[in-house]
Ligand binder design. Structure first.
Ligand code: XCC
Ligand code: SF4
Length: 663
């Protein structure tokens, strides 16, 4: 049961500084409001049912049944499934809008956008079975966009993108009736089944939660990532800096916050417009400084190196620095408090999506036909605001980072344009240089110490030779404490360090926004099919971790990773802790069904211990060499220059200790 407990707000020095200021000035923040309002313990544990007006029924103490007779298991499962439905809806609706934009580009109706990555377009068309020969990019794009849109309204059959999973995985989904038929259909079916008086078997409800979640990971999110890459470019490594210290005292600061790249990409272009830069100068600023918050930030960081000003819990803090001329938002993870907060500052809060309006904000809708002129209008307003800026308090805290990795780029790093593969990474895992892999993803949550669990888990894992990939607000947390900087190599275990230095990747790899968790599915699938590590995701020595989850989207992501075969560990509170039955169903129950399981641990140390235990268990099942921390790393960095000069096969041979090519 959730109790009111004292939580240290944050470990982030920049956030601490601004929070002190907020306290002095009696400014309300998510941190102060959380301290004043304990979470409802009945709802937090999944024991409150409010799906009909005979209730709400609170299943605590002696009340083991709702008025209609619903059991705790049914209620907790229904609540869980509804969280999944909302999460799938959010990610997928984002994908839907990208599909519309792609079709708009093909039809010449989406001014400002273009196809920036034709190679990705051909790649996606290839696995969707769309012909490319003797066709224009626009013709192909129209078919890809149309195919994507069809996934939403499809009633029968299988969501097309699921064909990217292994054959074995697809068979599990078919055999267990978990194969998603259409994205919208699976969301609707959760809502139907959890309506009063329909599905009353917890296991059956949770199966539908998995089916819908798969329509997110292998549907809405995956197609969103694909189309974003086609329209805006597949990421490659970029350098940047992170935290509130990226805001500038002498420039117009604009923050993009939310999720969809359609808006932020246009703002990036507008901020580079020489006329607007000149206009900013005329208003007394030294330029225009664009920064990001939440996943929008990840989208523009990955593709343009735009610096993240912070993650979810820092959105209010950015405004409290007094230095933000405009915060431009679209959808998801935006706090309503911003609308009130900006009333005390010169900051303008600008909403841009017809789906999301906020009292206190100015609404400037992103034009479908001429998005760039909307973006320019927004930037101009921000500049107009600059002379009204008062005193600023920007913490001098920022950290360097490298981001911009993608499945495609990782392939390229491991063999070049024509021979891209995952062979070197797989071999490194087989030999025990790398012990395993972990995805550390997800949100911040004011109910747990901001960034604490995430940054500690990342450090512990790489020190134990576990390669880490990050997305979402967890990626910002990684960045802020130096985990995405090249220096982090020194904190990695000796085996992991060797491999990273040789392939040229950092031990913590930023793979993008939360919809880009689909990139992790693609990476894992390739690792499973590359050879040496079994046949499917559930064979891999890998885990998924969401240390500070907050949103319903995180629950959907966790569920689709489980249904894809991964062991997923969440930090913070469990939304089903009231029901022993549901706790069992999503852990042991799901493991016997799909090979993955979902568990919640409040202490990050438990998450690290469980992860390493699982990784070693999977290594043993694959009969891989026992992992020994000090077996590798003696070769010394002086050899790296020599390695660089070697042809690929010899390089691999040398690194992985194959006798013939050993230096
Ligand atoms: Fe939102 Fe994506 Fe969570 Fe961050 S990580 S708080 S969902 S912005 Ni997705
Ligand atoms: Fe109560 Fe049953 Fe209605 Fe839920 S569906 S609120 S448990 S009566």
């Amino acid at each position: 049961m959730a109790k009111k407990k004292e939580v240290i707000p944050t470990i982030d020095p920049a956030s601490i500084q601004v929070l002190e200021l907020a306290e002095e000035q009696h400014i309300s923040t998510v941190f102060s409001r959380a301290a004043a309002m304990a979470p409802c313990p009945i709802g937090a544990d999944g024991a409150c049912c409010k799906v009909c007006s005979m209730g709400p029924c609170r299943l605590v103490g002696k009340a083991t049944r709702g008025v209609c007779g619903a059991t705790l298991g049914t209620v907790a499962a229904r609540n869980f499934a509804r969280m999944v439905a909302a999460g799938v809806a959010a990610h997928s609706d984002h994908g839907r809008d990208l599909a519309f934009t792609l079709i708009g580009v093909a039809d010449g109706e989406a001014g400002g956008y273009e196809i920036r990555d034709p190679a990705k377009l051909y790649g996606v068309a290839g696995y969707l079975g769309i012909p490319t020969e003797d066709r224009t990019d626009k013709e192909i794009a129209r078919d890809v966009g149309t195919k994507a849109l069809e996934q939403f309204g499809q009633q029968r059959g299988e969501v097309t993108w699921t064909a990217r999973a292994t054959q074995k995985r697809q068979k599990i989904w078919r055999d267990r009736r978990l194969m998603p038929r259409g994205i919208d259909r699976e969301i609707v079916e959760i809502m139907h089944r959890t309506h009063m008086g329909v599905d009353m078997e917890a296991e059956n409800i949770l199966d539908q939660a998995m089916r819908a979640a798969l329509a997110d990971g292998w549907g809405g999110s995956m197609l969103a990532t694909d189309i974003s890459d086609i329209l805006f470019g597949t990421p490659g490594p970029v350098q940047s800096v992170a935290n509130l210290g990226v805001l500038k005292d002498d420039e117009v600061n604009i923050i993009v916050h939310g999720h969809e790249p359609t808006l932020s990409e246009m703002i990036v272009i507008a901020c580079l417009d020489p006329e607007l830069i000149e206009y900013a100068r005329a208003k007394g600023a030294n330029g225009i400084n664009l920064a990001g918050i939440c996943c929008t930030s990840n989208e523009v960081l990955m593709r343009h190196g735009i610096p993240p000003a912070g993650n979810f819990l820092q959105q209010e803090l950015a405004i409290i620095t007094g230095s933000v001329e405009a915060m431009v938002v679209d959808v998801q993870c935006i706090m309503q408090s911003l609308g009130e907060l900006v009333q005390d500052y010169h900051t303008e809060l600008i909403t841009t999506s017809p789906k999301a309006k906020i009292p206190g904000a100015v609404h400037i809708e992103l034009s479908e036909h001429d998005a760039l002129s909307t973006a320019k209008e927004i930037v101009r307003r921000a500049i107009d605001n600059f002379p009204d800026r008062g005193k600023t308090d920007i913490p001098a805290v920022k950290e360097g980072l490298v981001a911009g990795f993608s499945h495609e780029y990782l392939n390229y790093m491991q063999g070049g344009e024509l021979r891209g593969s995952f062979r070197p990474l797989n071999d490194a895992i087989v030999s025990g240089r790398i012990r395993g892999a972990a995805g550390v993803v997800g949100c911040n949550n004011v109910r747990v110490t901001h960034d604490d669990a995430t940054s500690n888990i990342i450090r512990e894992l790489i020190a134990n030779d576990v390669l880490v990939v990050v997305t979402g607000c967890a990626a910002h947390a990684a960045a802020k404490y130096g985990s995405l900087s090249p220096e982090m190599m020194e904190k990695a275990g000796s085996g992991l360090k060797e491999v990273c230095e040789t392939i040229g990747i950092p031990p913590v790899i930023h793979l993008g926004s939360c919809v880009d968790n689909s990139r992790i599915l693609t990476v894992l699938t390739q690792m499973a099919t590359e050879g040496g590590l079994g046949e499917d995701i559930d064979d891999l020595p890998a885990v998924g971790i969401c240390p500070e989850w907050m949103s319903e989207k995180a629950i959907s992501i966790g569920t689709y990773f489980v249904a894809s075969g991964a062991y997923v560990l969440f930090g913070g509170g469990s939304p089903v802790s009231a029901s022993e039955q549901v706790i069992q169903l999503i852990s042991a129950g799901w493991e016997s069904k799909v090979g993955g399981k979902l568990e919640f641990y409040e202490d990050w140390r438990d998450i690290v211990a469980k992860s390493l235990e699982h990784i070693d268990k999977k290594r043993a099942a694959l009969k891989l060499t026992d992992y020994k921390p000090d077996r590798f790393g003696a070769s010394g960095d002086w050899r790296i220059g020599e390695f660089e000069a070697l042809p690929l096969e010899e390089k691999i041979g040398a690194v992985y200790g194959l006798p013939a090519a050993a230096p």
